[in-house]
Design a protein around this ligand. Structure first.
Ligand code: G6P
Ligand code: MG
Length: 220
């Protein structure tokens, strides 16, 4: 039986991908190449430094570690400017009703995001009070698909992994959740998330009962 729900942030609770994209595109432009929205797909769920490396690879640019640090800081400054303007209106549909339902059922809730800016975003969205634990990019050493972030969240909540459900939009996150021994709900398109136990296009119409029905039907 589910005792805890662990949420990824970017792409699950809020669409910050567009802001990451704007900031990376600006950096690419400064470096003299174009960065497409299709290429941006490769950066979803990927850490800041790894994202920069993929971006530089796309542009055919080589840089020293020191230059990379400067570039990543610049991108983050722009990103922070964009997310300062986020409002609760940007919460993805159905997220708050689902969080309310979980709370009413006594289910513990955690955030497990690779982003070092997760707390700023939760605060802008005014949803911090829904979370019993927050594990962000400042707290973990190993990035998804390593299960560390989800196992840390479960430990914070005091719930065994087998009783946790993960909500993820990125393939690396789904893989991390499975490695942690959790039931994983993919948010998005089944084709991009073949390893998920269940895939939803989004939260509208979904609730705790539907989740229990899906877990009950799971052969594992
Ligand atoms: C999430 C996003 C990635 C982002 C990463 C690090 O996983 O999906 O696109 O690169 O967080 O975010 P940060 O805010 O720390 O740069
Ligand atoms: Mg995500």
């Amino acid at each position: 039986k589910t005792a805890a729900a662990i949420f990824d942030l970017d792409g699950v609770i809020v669409d910050t991908a567009k802001y990451h994209y704007l900031a990376w595109k600006r950096l690419a432009a400064e470096l003299g190449f174009d960065f497409s929205e299709a290429d941006n797909e490769r950066l979803k769920g990927v850490s800041r430094m790894r994202s920069l490396e993929i971006l530089l690879e796309i542009g055919g640019v080589t840089a020293t570690e020191q230059e990379k640090t400067v570039m990543a800081a610049k991108k983050n400054d722009w990103y922070l400017q964009y997310i300062q303007k986020i409002t609760p209106a940007e919460l993805l549909p159905g997220v708050v009703p689902f969080l309310e339902d979980l709370r009413a059922r006594g289910i513990k809730v955690a955030l497990a995001s690779a982003s070092k800016n997760a707390r700023v975003i939760l605060s802008r969205l005014e949803i911090e009070p829904y979370f019993d634990a927050i594990v962000d990019g400042n707290r973990v050493a190993k990035a998804k698909p390593d299960p560390e972030i989800f196992l840390t969240a479960a430990a914070d909540l005091g719930v065994v992994p087998a009783h946790c459900v993960v909500f993820e939009d990125a393939a690396a996150g789904v893989e991390a959740g499975k490695k942690a021994g959790m039931f994983v709900v993919g948010i998005g398109d089944r084709r991009n998330l073949p390893e998920a136990d269940l895939v939803l296009p989004g939260f509208p119409g979904f609730d705790y009962e539907a989740l229990q029905a899906a877990i009950g039907a799971d052969p594992e």
